[in-house]
Design a protein around this ligand. Sequence first.
Ligand code: NFE
Length: 468
Amino acid sequence: MPKTIVIDPVTRLEGHLRAEVTVDAVNGENQVVDAKVSGTLFRGIEQMLIGRDPWEAAQLTQRICGVCPVPHGVVAAMALEKAAGSIIPDNARILRNLIMGANFIQSHILHFYHLALLDFIKGPPMSPWQPQWETEYRINDADSARLNKRYIEAIKAFRQVNEMTAIFSGRQPHAPALAPGGFTTVPTNDKIDLFRRYSQTVIDFVKNTYLPDVEFVATQYPEYNQIGKGYGNLIAFGAFDLNGAGGKSFFHGGRIVQGNGQVQPMNNDAINEHVASSWYENSTSKSHPVTSATQPVYPKDGAYSWIKAPRYENQAYETGPLARMTINGLYKQGVSVHDRHKARALETLKLAEALPVWLDELNVGSPVYSSYTAPTEAAGFALAEAPRGALGHWIGIAGGKIAHYQVLTPTCWNASPQDDDRQPGPMEKALLGAPVQDTDNPIEVLRVIHSFDPCLGCAVHVCRITRR
Ligand code: NFE
């Protein structure tokens, strides 16, 4: 008999995700035969920006999320710079790479130790480790105790990485020094020395702790090398401009179709957002972010999410560290739950080792900001990467104010609902076929979902306005 399980909210992720899966016997094994994931909060930031000074987008869009504010601020600034036709000084480009790199690293460490690891080990009998699903945790007591201690060690590690971002951006989260045109703080020898010292600690933590722990968990649950595969369609926009001309990036963008290894070009004109399953006006469906509107309609027949369904040539794509690393030829093992964790950890090391190199390229005393003339009628967009994958901002300016704004986040790609052709989103597809041993404790569903590191705050762009 098929059984439908609802997990609402799915915990240990950012924001609010609801998962509804149907489990049935297939060839004698209970597995997921249908999956729907929903963003259950309203997406509001774009409307809030309408009528504002374009300059404000780099600050306000950072409030979409406390985990990845830096890429939102950087991409918003880049979109306005494109609209204004302005070019930032080299120091600002390097500072952006440094604070974005540190932001990715803190997010990845936080994800593994505080959000994903407890799917695989039994925690101590106290909060915040309990309650946990009543299921078989295969890792023995001694190794579980060792890994549980990491919970605290990882807090220390990512706190320090956040401090690295704050050294150059003024504060973390939500960097005040990040502005269209460049930075409002300057690099000094003291700041550079402190950042360099912290970089070495991070490299050591990732190399000696994070990477071995990810590998160890993978050896204990080898079946997750086969579970959670999904479509095998991977997309990246690319990020970390290395030469100022936009011609050379630390991660280039591209696509891989159905895991065939061949990297195809990525052309943003081929992106559209479907809303058949989303609580938005149907007439806006399949539009490109440069024109698409965010018109809420609730309730709506057939809809089950506040997340739109971005598609590339009307196909669903997974994005994130695994997509970036695979598209850049730096990861070649496949697509699965463990592949997402392993690629994320390997990317963390690659970025941590890049930080001191970029730091050497800063020029103390050289400019960090170029002033520009704010356009009155213009449009611009910027594509880059956030920790969870491909991120784009589109801005339209009329009468000197924001007339149009669209944000396309990584979790919109990954946790998207079914599209207009009823194709499931990447996370929904990855859940199909996942075995579920005990429908009262569907831990396998959580392991697949957490491997994507979803952030629903980003996906629905929620904003809470508190009135005094
Ligand atoms: Ni809220 Fe974010 C990242 C962005 S996820 S964490 O990474 O953009 O959609």
